[in-house]
Design a protein around this ligand. Structure first.
Ligand SMILES: [Zn+2]
Length: 133
């Protein structure tokens, strides 16, 4: 099964608007690493999603790969299971939109809190708190 993120653009944009304190754009791109290279920003590896602070005239951005595979989903869900979010991941396995909302909120958490890559668990908690709100 493959997820087409663009099919859910509206709900994801409204999720970001609801929880962002400043403008943030949602970029749905074929490949995050290639997009980063083309836009002269540094991204480690080739993640399914990332976030970027303000760049010159451009607003902050949450960048998500357009197509997500079963393996991409399992990677994220596995990390969440490992940190004890069994109940949430059970829901997310049944509800792909919830998975995607959490994914963009996780990236927004990096921006809103200035949290680096060492704060993955904090970003997950921040996102779950807002999903439930
Ligand atoms: Zn993160």
């Amino acid at each position: 099964m493959e997820v087409q993120v663009d099919d859910h653009r509206e709900v994801l944009v409204s999720e970001l608007l609801r929880h962002a304190t400043q403008a943030v754009s949602l970029e749905i791109v074929p490949d995050v690493a290639e997009w980063a290279k083309a836009n002269h920003v540094t991204v480690v590896g080739n993640p399914i999603a990332t976030s970027l602070p303000v760049r010159g005239q451009l607003p902050r951005a949450v960048v998500v790969r357009a197509k997500l595979s079963e393996g991409d989903l399992s990677g994220v869900l596995g990390r969440l299971d490992f940190s004890g979010h069994w109940g949430e991941t059970r829901e997310m396995r049944k509800d792909l939109v919830m998975f995607l909302r959490h994914l963009v909120l996780h990236e927004l958490a990096h921006l809103e809190n200035n949290w680096g890559q060492s704060r993955e668990d904090d970003c997950d908690e921040w996102a779950f708190a807002r999903l439930a709100a």
